[in-house]
Design a protein around this ligand. Sequence first.
Ligand code: GUN
Length: 288
Amino acid sequence: METKPIDGKAFAAGLRARIAEEVAGLKASAGLTPGLAVVLVGEDPASQVYVRNKAAQTAEAGMASFEYKLAADTPEADVLALVAKLNADPAVHGILVQLPLPAQIDANKVIAAIDPAKDVDGFHVVNAGRLAVGLDALVPCTPLGCIMLLKHHLGSLSGLKAVVVGRSNIVGKPAAQLLLKEDCTVTIAHSRTRDLPAECRTADILVAAVGRPEMVRGDWIKPGATVIDVGINRVPKDDGKTRLVGDVAYAEAQGIAGLITPVPGGVGPMTIACLLQNTLTAAKRQKG
Ligand code: GUN
């Protein structure tokens, strides 16, 4: 069987272009410029790269980008005060506080302080709850990107068996909720699942979101299944440099999976595109 790669990079570029067009229309017709505020505390190098990319793509889409870079030793109270200020700012429609946060700051407390209407990460319990009960919600960006890719390539997902490996609040749980909403039969598997390979082999759609390099092996995949690899893991190479690999052993999946997202270039580029989509959605809802 030929395994086809899912080109998330191209899909994300198309999505960003459609968002930019809609933003231009909103500016012209309603005088509304969607604004996204990103808060970075500390100097984690991966987070810095991420935040730089977010700011550039926000501006490219014609949105306003507000960046707040705070020192690593910033007290929790100062971050909460900044969130309160952004909640009250009518030019800011979306607020994203980059995770992870330094140890002195309770991430749950910061997320709870964000106005749910501006919670473009979809991490607030109000948005998680709304998603769970089937109400309109701001949905976490990475799982939203996964579902967009799946629907684009498979059409209806109704009746398909989906196995999500990983139970995080950021990816695993919301991915499972979204698949359920598409009428999939969903299993959430994790490190304590009995016979994980056998569980994965039941999946028409296999979502790997565990953060462990190449954990999902080729013989865990049902022939013809669609594999969505959410992992981005940096591993050492023989020459002392590093390379990026996913949570799925990509080479082993060749000839078994029907469709698979590569790493890099699969799910990754969808995350920021979906963040822009959420910012646009939030801006339109706040405008009424
Ligand atoms: N750190 C890594 N991914 C994310 C994300 O999607 N949102 C936030 N806020 N922090 C992150």
